[in-house]
Every structure is written in C-alpha cells, then in structure tokens.
Design a protein around this ligand. Structure first.
Ligand code: KIV
Length: 270
C-alpha cells in the first residue's frame, strides 16, 4: 500500500508514476500494473462524462467514482480531486467536502487546483489529517480566466509566481505537487526548489514523476493534448468488438448453443 510518506521518500530517488482512473475495472488494471498513484481526477468531466470542461463535475460525482476506484485498488495511493467550487469558498465547506473524500469515499488524499487562495486551506487540511496534493501551472478549473488550456509560466513574472506558489504550498504541508503544462526548465526549477515530489503533465522530464489522463494513454478519445502520448488504441478495439457484436446478432450467430440453455423439463411452451 503506497502511502504519502513513501511517495515523499521517492522524490529524487525513483520516478513516480501516476494515472487517472474513474471506474473499478480501469483502476484494477492501473493498480496491478504497479502505478504508484491513482488520481480520480475531475478530468472525468471531459474524459468520461461528455462535458466540455471540468466545471460541471460535482462532489457527488468524484465521491462515487472514488468509491469505485478504492474498491478495486490494493496498492496504489488513491487521490480524489476536489471539483470546481467545492473548496476555497468557505473554509468549513471546504473541510467537509475534502473530509467526505476520505471518510465516505475512502481516498487517501485530496488534490486541490492551487493558487494563493489555497495556501491556508492546504495548511488547515494537513493539520486535520487530510493530505493535500497541490496543483499549479495550468489549472483547468480557471479555463474561463485563462482563455483556454494554454501553457503557463512562460513569462518571468508568471514563472517566479509558480516557484513561490510551490514553496508556499510545500511549506503549508502539501505532500506533493502537480505541475501542468509549464516549461520544462520551470518544472525543473520548482523540483529543485521544494523537497516534496513534483509530478508533471506537459512539464518535461525534470519532475519527480509523471501523470497522464488514462483515456489519453489508452487512446479512447479522438483528441488528446500535444504533451500527452497514446500508448494503446483501445478505441479501435472497442469499435471492432461492438461492430462484431452487431454483426453476430444480425446474422444470427449470437447467441449460439453454448450461450443458451434449453430447460428440457419444461412442457412445450411455443
Ligand atoms: O483532473 C485531472 O486529471 C488532473 C490531472 C491532469 C493532473 O488534474
């Protein structure tokens, strides 16, 4: 069972692997492959719920999907993502929502899309025993302010702000930090500046670990971000299986005798 403490000790020693999962069978595959961290990301909004963004995802959505992932996971650390406006508005509500992910859903930690407004909350949650993974750089919940899913930290001021933000969250007790869609040299500088593990997505090779969205890795979607890599072609496999099923029903080859049971003791029924 991976713990937040173990994860911290991996920083700079061995690469940390993290993937998202939103359901039990996928979580089982990810866990059995030895991936260190499973993130029940609010990317579920785009990846599997058919939304245009992550904004409509609710606490209940993440809670139920985290429950499924936890039931299927034996070793990986399970991190539940806090959805848009479920934190940062009111401290008591933020604590209750984060607590729900541990108490009800069984997650080991929560992730917050971070900024200056989450430093104190990170400290408070950590004090209360809720481990926090911070997230800086591109924070998709701010898409309406950022004007798109664009690379962050490309200007000196913005890059320095990210380094300062990383230090502030590490000092506040965050056990790790996701860096999304930032220049590789900035991610490297952040990794050097803090002693908790950095986990990059679109942030180059110089972080302590890497994370990708599972549907991108599997090739389930027809679009994935340029910094991602498709390691499989599950969509083609699905298309083939579904078309084969349709054909078999239409040509009468399914169900065959081995898929059916005739109860001989029944009188003629038709
Ligand atoms: O929601 C998510 O999947 C994420 C990762 C991209 C880090 O936040």
């Amino acid at each position: 069972m991976t713990t937040t403490r173990e994860l911290r000790s991996m920083a700079g020693e061995e690469p940390i692997t993290m993937l998202t999962a939103y359901d039990a069978p996928t979580a089982e595959v990810v866990d059995e492959a030895g991936i260190d961290v499973i993130l029940v990301g609010d990317s579920m909004g785009n990846a599997v719920m058919g939304y245009e963004s992550t904004l409509p995802v609710t606490v209940a959505d993440v809670q139920r999907r985290t429950e499924s992932v936890v039931r299927a996971t034996e070793d990986a650390l399970v991190v539940a993502d806090m959805p848009f406006l479920s934190f940062g508005v009111d401290e008591a509500d933020s604590i209750e929502n984060a607590g729900t992910m541990l108490k009800e859903a069984g997650a080991d930690a929560v992730k917050l899309e971070s900024g200056p407004h989450t430093v104190e909350l990170t400290r408070r949650l950590t004090e209360l025993g809720i481990p926090v993974m911070a997230h800086l750089g591109l924070t998709p919940q701010h898409v309406n302010q950022l004007g798109g899913y664009t690379r962050q930290g490309t200007e000196q001021d913005a890059a320095e702000e990210i380094i300062e933000g990383a230090k502030a969250h590490a000092d506040a007790g965050a056990f790790s930090l996701v860096l999304e869609h930032v220049p590789a040299n900035l991610a490297g500088a952040v990794t050097e500046a803090i002693d908790v593990p950095t986990i990059g997505i679109g942030a180059g090779p110089d972080t302590d670990g890497q994370v990708l969205v599972i549907t991108d890795v599997l090739g389930l979607d027809d679009w994935s971000p340029p910094f991602s890599r498709q390691f499989g072609d599950v969509r083609s496999e699905m298309e083939k299986a579904v078309a084969d099923y349709r054909d078999a029903v239409e040509d009468g080859s399914f169900p065959a005798a081995e898929h059916s049971h005739v109860e001989e003791s029944l009188d003629d029924l038709y």
